[in-house]
Design a binder for this molecule. Sequence first.
Ligand code: 3PY
Ligand code: MG
Length: 261
Amino acid sequence: MRPNLLKQKFLAGESIVNAWLSIPSSYAAEVVASQGFDSVTVDLQHGMIGFDSAVGMLQAISITSATPLVRSPSRDPNDIMRLLDAGAYGVICPAIDTPQMAADFVAACRYPGKGTRSFGPARGLLYGGPDYFSKANDVIQAFAMIESKEALDNLDAILATPGLDGIYIGPNDLALSLGVAPSAQPGEIVEQAIARILDAALARGLLAGIFCSDGDAARRRLEQGFHLVTPGNDANALAAASSSRVLAARGGKQAIGVSGY
Ligand code: 3PY
Ligand code: MG
């Protein structure tokens, strides 16, 4: 089976920089994936992306060595299994708040023996190779999003889920759940929660990932000990690059722009 470079890098102790796609375009996916990211995530939860667009985007990512990931639109096992069949090598599943949710999520990512994934690997087989079925349980990765107070309360039990590869922190929903406004620079309460989740993941040898507002924030999270960081998304990058060009063309006069999330 085609190797999972993200997994290999994690096992080798190397940091992982992950791209985040919200624009439903295989060409945009191809452009972003070609910039040297270790993994590229197609976001079907908050991105403007449906299943049909996601398939073309996973194909576009396939021209590079970056590991293709998805953020599933929900915890629904049917969504998760179909995205794996479309060739995702890892799933970031939103809002895993309880150990039962974590167990159900991991089960959806694994064939019987280790889970309940239904057979029909479709494009996963083309991308992964003829031994996809026999190797998929070891190669495909399952990352639980920790992004609520309930998940914090259940943290140890969630992290103890057999077969879970790691966690991915959603700092914005985490902030909301803790009663504070989402911010590019989270305040004390959210930072304490983030540090607690990171420590617990590191103690169990799980991969720890987090969404960041930009490249500088991502570098600081790597320095803090995270394994995988996402330096913002494609829409932010496009907005920032476009507004700086307007600014330059107008000789430095302030452009009035709106950045997508
Ligand atoms: C969050 O911050 O809640 C996220 O889900 C980031 O994508
Ligand atoms: Mg979230």
